[in-house]
Design a protein around this ligand. Structure first.
Ligand code: ADP
Ligand code: SF4
Length: 691
């Protein structure tokens, strides 16, 4: 297939200072969950995007000096020459695929915790931003930088840029954003200096200007010097669009950087999940810049639609289409557009599991792309799979995310696949949950895989087919994969913090009941000790149906886990907006006579009651594994049917998030011949050396 001429503009080269990007697909710097200790993993995670057609791939934040240390969060570093080879690995791989490689040089100033290096933090005036989450709080303060510090700060940038050039990077960044070093000079409330670096905007922008000039002089003959700049806090109230200092900064520095990489100051806003922001939601923060500079502008917006990308360029918003999440979900997005296969794009669903992985300190995991982070250690490619023998047959029972992923990869490998689904719809939980407020994009997990399966002659799909063990034995395939999911229980959380049997009442419901259309009456209490999206989404859904809703949780925040995927603040705001009451740090210890009894989780154990007609418990899921257990219990039946392996995958094996189900289905499909045997995995190991 050939490219739709409508998308030709996306494949135009773009000049960036002394280098040229081969197209407009720009993989922006983003946290990857790998530090310098995982160079192979990191290089593979980046270079797979270059292979997939992204014209530029960047590192995540890369510390220029030990005084900028973000431990325990994984960050890259270029502290001395020993750090060059680990970066060269990624650069060489990117170059092999014809992409440019960029490095996001970073000094966190008062925003880096320095928990590992134990060096004092430094900032414009010794003021650091206030944190509202314990994990971000730091007991150490920062000291105000004197003139010598500023000279050193500039020198560290130059030294790191020279190392970056030695590693082969084509683009080096100055990072004036997101509460980091030079940005702290820019923000008037963090900069109280009275010297030439404080006061007027020109003074507050001086450090950024100087570093840009330093880098241009030091490496600008060969490397483009990009400025990553955050806008919205300078625009006034975060999120509001009004002319202010951000406009002045772009006008003032206009053509000094070779590239403007614009982003929102708030990571929460910049990475807003699909539940809270549409594709292209950054436009109000960045759309003004192109009128103020002749240099190329890049920005992100969770762009997965080539038409939306073209629109950004044609309307003069961006020159390069920046992407983190869309490039994680589909490293081959540009190639697919180039080859007229845009229907095959594995579109990011905006769930932000990738963000949570970084906070977890592990390589990025992705709901849509189970190969992300596995490129090096398991040799998984997002588009290529090892061929099967073309004869072996596999029966997959259940067409949720796990079953669909498994069947589509088995099909791609060339096996004879039968996918049996009890219901009339494919998609399992994503089909149901994508009807929750804000989760419509989650149906992409189903749609992408269904689209692939429908084009495969070797995959037969049977709907309305609830299989029993007898059916499976009668069918008699070489391998059986059971992907029958899980269901919510009415177990409650006991006072010892562990789930236990719940309350006997017709007015107690699970999320499955609510989603299946159960009739709830009166005020509703949702007791959430799952802490992810379900409690908050059900609260929204039921409030939308006119119920008084109170969300009770034993945590001290609503949907507490969503701090990890950057959704928590938005969830809380939504609850407030909708008038959903919240009761934190409480367990539900009784439900009778139209009221729930709440008991405080701390030692005083205060007991109160709230009137309610229905109690929804969002806590524990149990595997729907009866079929699997029956199959493995009957070894003779399997032998008679010629079945050589029976495996369970996804929620049927261990209930988890959708990302776990997809991964489990993918892994099973790649390893079907080996049964439960764990494939050897390559681990990165430190090299021992003498001091
Ligand atoms: P996962 O997230 O692990 O993919 P889901 O709950 O989303 O799990 O999907 C499980 C799917 O399995 C559902 O679509 C359900 O209808 C289907 N299913 C459950 N039991 C059977 C069965 N006995 N035969 C066929 N399909 C089944
Ligand atoms: Fe997109 Fe979710 Fe994958 Fe992140 S984890 S790239 S948000 S699909």
């Amino acid at each position: 297939m050939s490219r739709n001429p409508r998308y030709d503009i996306l494949f135009e080269p773009v000049r960036i200072g002394p280098v040229t990007a081969p197209n407009r697909f720009y993989c922006t710097p983003h946290a990857l969950g790998t530090g310098n200790a995982m160079p192979h993993t990191r290089a593979a995670m980046r270079s797979i995007r270059a292979e997939g057609g992204w014209g530029v791939v960047n590192t995540g934040y890369c510390s220029i000096h030990p005084s900028s240390d973000d431990a325990p969060l994984p960050f890259a570093r270029l502290w001395d020459d020993e750090d060059i080879p680990v970066h060269a690995l990624m650069v060489d791989a990117a170059h092999r695929h014809g992409a440019l490689a960029g490095v996001e040089l970073w000094h966190g100033g008062g925003g880096a915790g320095n928990r590992m290096t134990r060096m004092p933090m430094m900032s414009a005036s010794g003021i650091v931003g206030e944190s509202t989450y314990p994990g971000w709080m730091n007991l150490a303060g920062s000291r105000a930088m004197d003139k010598r510090d500023i000279r050193e700060f500039r020198r560290w940038h130059v030294d790191a840029a020279k190392r970056a050039r030695s590693a082969g990077f084509d683009i080096v960044y100055v990072y004036t954003g997101m509460s980091f070093g030079p940005y702290q000079f820019l923000l008037p409330w963090m900069n109280r200096r009275t010297d030439e670096y404080g006061g007027s905007l020109e003074n507050r922008a001086r450090l950024t200007r100087e570093i840009l000039e330093d880098l241009k002089e030091a490496v600008g003959d060969r490397c483009a010097v990009a400025l990553r700049f955050s806008t919205d806090e300078l625009l006034g109230v975060p999120g509001e669009h009004m002319e202010s200092e951000a406009h002045e900064v772009v006008s003032m520095l206009s053509d000094l950087p070779d590239l403007w990489d614009l982003k929102s100051s708030s990571w929460v806003v910049e990475t807003a999940s699909a539940r809270f922001a549409e594709q292209g939601a950054q436009e109000p923060f960045v759309g003004f810049a192109k009128a103020l500079t002749s240099k190329p502008v890049v920005g992100v917006g969770r762009f997965t639609s080539p038409d939306a990308m073209v629109s950004q360029i044609r309307r003069g918003i961006l020159d390069l289409i920046g992407a983190a999440r869309p490039s994680i979900a589909d490293p081959f997005l540009p190639t697919k557009i180039n080859e007229g296969r845009e229907d095959e794009i594995r579109e990011c669903i905006g769930c932000n599991i990738c963000v949570s992985s970084y906070h977890d300190g592990v390589p990025v995991r992705c709901t849509q792309n189970p190969t992300m982070g596995e490129e090096w250690r398991r040799g998984w490619h997002p588009e290529r799979v090892p061929p099967g023998d073309g004869e072996t047959s596999v029966l997959v029972v259940g067409a949720g995310p796990a079953g669909l992923e498994c069947a589509s990869i088995l099909g791609k490998r060339g096996f004879e696949v039968t996918l049996a689904e009890a219901g009339k719809d494919l998609g399992g939980r994503v089909t149901i949950e994508s009807k929750l407020p804000g989760l419509a994009t989650w149906a992409r997990v189903r749609d992408y895989r269904t689209y692939l399966i429908e084009s495969m002659a070797n995959v037969a799909v049977y709907r309305d087919s609830p299989l029993t063990a007898r059916d499976v034995f009668e069918f008699g395939s070489d391998h059986v994969v059971v992907a029958t999911g899980a269901e919510w229980t009415t177990d409650t959380l006991g006072s010892n913090g562990y789930p236990c049997a719940g309350f006997a009442s017709d007015a107690v419901f699970t999320p499955d009941d609510v989603l299946a259309g159960a009739n709830l009456e009166g005020p509703v209490v949702i007791y959430d000790f799952d802490h992810y999206y379900m409690g908050g989404c059900l609260a929204e859904l039921l409030r939308g149906r006119g119920h008084e809703v109170t969300l009770v949780t034993n945590a001290n925040a609503v949907s507490a886990w969503t701090f990890m995927n950057n959704e928590m603040a938005e969830v809380r705001s939504r609850m407030i907006e909708l008038g959903i009451r919240t009761e934190f740090e409480n367990t539900v210890t009784g439900f009778a006579d139209g009221a729930v009894e709440l008991t405080g989780v701390f030692r005083d154990r205060t007991v109160r009651s709230i009137d309610c007609g229905a109690l929804v418990i969002v806590g524990v899921r149990q595997p729907n594994d009866r079929l699997y257990r029956e199959l493995v219990a009957d070894e003779d039946g399997s032998a008679r049917a010629g079945i050589s392996s029976v495996r369970s995958i996804g929620d049927c094996r261990a209930p988890g998030a959708i990302v776990h189900a997809v991964y489990s289905g993918h892994e099973c499909a790649r390893t079907i011949e080996g049964g439960e045997e764990v494939e050897p995995i390559a681990w990165e190991r430190p090299k021992l050396f003498d001091r």
